[in-house]
Design a protein around this ligand. Sequence first.
Ligand SMILES: *Cc1c(COP(=O)(O)O)cnc(C)c1O
Length: 460
Amino acid sequence: MSVKIYLQEDEMPRQWYNLAADLPHPPQPPLGPDGNPIGPDQLAAVFPMNLIEQEVSPQRWIDIPEKVLELLARWRPTPLHRAVFLEKALGTPAKIYYKNESVSPAGSHKPNTAVAQAYYNKEFGIKKLTTETGAGQWGSALAFATSLLGMECKVYMVRISFDQKPFRKLLMQTWGATCIPSPSDQTQAGRDILAKTPDTPGSLGIAISEAIEEAVSDPKGETRYSLGSVLNHVMLHQTIIGLETKKQLAKFGEKKPDIVIGCAGGGSNFAGLSFPFLADKIAGDDITVIPVEPTSCPTMTRAPYAYDHGDVARMTPLLPMHSLGHEFIPPPIHAGGLRYHGMSPLVSQAIMEGLLEPRAVHQLECYEAALLFARTEGLVVAPETSHAIAVAIQEAKKAKEEGKEKVIVFNLSGHGLMDLAGYDAYFQGKLQDYSLPEEDLVASTRILDNYPKPKVFAGV
Ligand SMILES: *Cc1c(COP(=O)(O)O)cnc(C)c1O
């Protein structure tokens, strides 16, 4: 029995799939501070126009440029494995498959969009990209991509992670990027915060403000900002994951999956695997599609669908999405990286259309799942990825109770070889389960009352 299927390089998909073309209702536009829809021109200081066009495109299929295919071919296509050893340990009749995105040079799915974004920026004449990074996964993916294209890259890394996680910073340096702790003295936003709170640990919101400020204040106009998740064009670039998976499942002899699972922070690895299957679901296939989040940051399962900013400093437009409020600070008890307050507007709308069944999992169950996976399949996964494995195991156990040979597919979004401190905390018994208290959720979402409400779709 084969346990993994590779594709040849020439079998790599040559187009990305755009879910916006097939959603029952058209996506709602981002809004400016005045509540009016913003046009492409208002984003032009932050993103290059060729990416803005993708962001708003209603086209179902978008060609992947030849040069981007070449860049992706450094590590793609990625293998689809069958988790026979995990199945055996569970004694389940279900067949569990996982798409292994951890084989990229940066160790996760993030380079899929990093190389595409770097390419489009370079085509547009941009010489330098700025971005923020929390734990360092996105910063290292963009550093890798810009190094391949001979571009400059500056990463504002949340100060506490910068101090606690030196290895991701060293990866970025290895790929030639500059990585500095945020808040820094290199931007007005950073200086203001340092003047008030010199000892602040920093936050993603502050780092985003610094990265955008540096991009928009380049007097030569040769710098842009790059975001690693949430936006439509990022979801688009990640669909190569699901498109490859379809071909590989066919080679395993499967007609369709019964259950598709991915962990969701901003939504990109989940969307990448699942959106091509959602096309089939919309066309009538019976597929259960599950995005998974931590109980400590319950964006999809408990937060309202609302218009909100993507960052604390309110530099981004208002996006229609599930949001805990842009000032939400995730509890430090939680070790995983799925801590963003919002969710991709496309994923959020798919939830509202009744296409997805989001689920929240406690972190101890996630680490237990990650250990079982490491001790059966061998791979040590990122703490984020463990959320997808926990639900795959839940579903495999259910299939056992029901005596059904279900086909389960999940996305292995990244390896955990740089996240062993989280495993250490688990081994030492320092981690605990935590559900966001209802009063905290009410308090952090109160801020959403200030903004217009997106349309809620009838019949769901
Ligand atoms: C960044 C990251 C995530 C969460 O981001 P999404 O945009 O939701 O995919 C999940 N897994 C890994 C390994 C990551 O690096």
